[in-house]
Structures are given as C-alpha cells and as structure tokens.
Ligand binder design. Sequence first.
Ligand code: SF4
Length: 312
Amino acid sequence: MSEQLFLWPDEQSGDRLSWSLSKDKRLRDCLRKYYLQHYVSRGGSQPTASPMARETFVLKSLRNRHMWVGEVVHEMIELALIAMRRGDGAPVEALVERGTRRMRAQYAESVQRLYRERPATACGLCEHEYQEAIPREEWKRQRDRMEQCLRNLFAMPLLAEVQNTPVWRWLALESLASFELDHATVLVKPDFAWRDAADRVVMVDWKTGKPRPEDEKLQIAVYGLFAQRAWGLKSEQMLGKVAYLETGELHEFVVDRQALNEAEAVIRASLKQMRALHADGMEPKYRWQSFPMTDSRATCGFCMFRRLCERS
Ligand code: SF4
C-alpha cells in the first residue's frame, strides 16, 4: 500500500464511518491532524467552500518528497503488471524513464503551485508549499531512489514468480475494496495478490520506506480479513509478503488466526475511538480542544497542516 493519500472519498457529515490503515495512523500520529484531514476539510472541493475548508482541502492534498517517490514507484509497478497481464514486456529501463518523466512533470506542477487551483489532480509537495530549502542534489537523490526501487524489484525472485504465474491466478492489482466490521466500512487496497501453485493466496505490498514490522504485520492481517470475506479463505490459505524495494529484501508474514483476531481487535478499538471523536468533531466546527496537537515535533516536521494547526 502506498501512503494512500487520495484513495478514499471524503466522508460527509452523516455518512457511516469508514476505517483505513492510513486513517488509523493519522489518529495515532496526531489528533489535530486527524481533525483537519477528516472534518475541517469537508466540502473543501466545492465552489461554496469556506476559506478554511478550502485551505485545509488544498493542504491535505500535499505529500512530502519521500511519499512522492513511493507513489511514483507504485504507479510504475502497476503499469508493469498491467503490461504483463496483457502479455507485453515491461523492461525496467522503460519504466525508469517513464518514472523520471513523471517526476519531472509533477515537480514542475508543484513548483508552479498548480495544486492551489487543482488540488485533487495536480501534484503538490510540502517542500514547495512551505518553501523549504531543499538542495538540488536531494531532489536528484529522490529520483535515483525511484530508479533503485524499480531496479531492485526487477532483480527480486518475487517478480519472476509473478511473471510465471498464469494471469487467471491473479486476484487483485491495486484495486480498492472494502468489508464491513462493527457497522463501519473498512477500506483496503492490496498492492497485488495471486493464488499460488499450492492454492494459497499470496498478498503482496511494495514498500519504498524503511521496514516497520508491526505496521506491516497489521496491514497484511487487515488484507487477510478482507481475503477471508471476499474470497472465503481460511487463514492457512493465506500468505503475506512485503517487498522492501529500497534494499530488495522480502519479508514474509504469516496470516494465522491469531494475527487476524489481533487485527480485528485493533480495528474495533480504533473505530471506538473514532466514534467518540466523531461526536466531538460535529458542530460547532473547529473544536480544537477535543483534538490536541501531538507532542512529537518530529511528526510535525513532515505534516502538511503545519500552517493551520496553530503550532508555531
Ligand atoms: S503540525 Fe504537528 S501538531 Fe499540527 S497537525 Fe501537524 S502533526 Fe499535528
């Protein structure tokens, strides 16, 4: 899963609650950020939006350069897999070139601040919005990181395994899906899944960042909960794999009954907290006191809402 910035539709007042890993992470990172993202920005895409809602909507569309590389890498892998599904080749050189062109075009969009006019479609980078002095070499390093991730993927036996799997065994490719839990909609988007020769479903996630084993364990187990419901699988029929593309490492995660139960418990606890906050987050608007700022200044350094949240 990429950082999943723009995958989920905006919740509207009165909608049933939705849950996703990224929303849960926001909840755990900073309640103020969660509030800005999920409440204050509501309606911000509408012509009648208040200035505050519009500004929050624009800022929530931003990503930092590290997340940006992850998005481009995911996009290129998806293109490669679609080409393979068609029976076409997808040479890594062509993908690297395309990824480089994509990054150049998006960088230009961001420098020109086109995201202020078109936040839902134009690329916006926090570094440009907040006028951070990022040296040219650092931008180049990010492009190189994109290339390295793609080259590492193509060198991994995992990709050969995918290529050797008949496409009728492929089950999911970057597709948005959901299931129900505790009267909420749990949203998932597995990067890729297929049924292997032993008839197990292998669920894969591509990561461009550093390993976070606890987060990844939960993520794979949430995919497992989806697989149970969507494909009627038992836990022994599932296997999770996380490919760390920066290093070319592959970690396997067992999706057993315990992992599934733990994931369900995490979602239920998270939903309970979201529901309690949901009541607080309703009118009157901007109840800042119910959504305090995080104590972690490190988290703030990467936050797109720095200007709005009243943290000086
Ligand atoms: S800048 Fe820090 S305190 Fe403010 S919303 Fe972002 S993470 Fe939270």
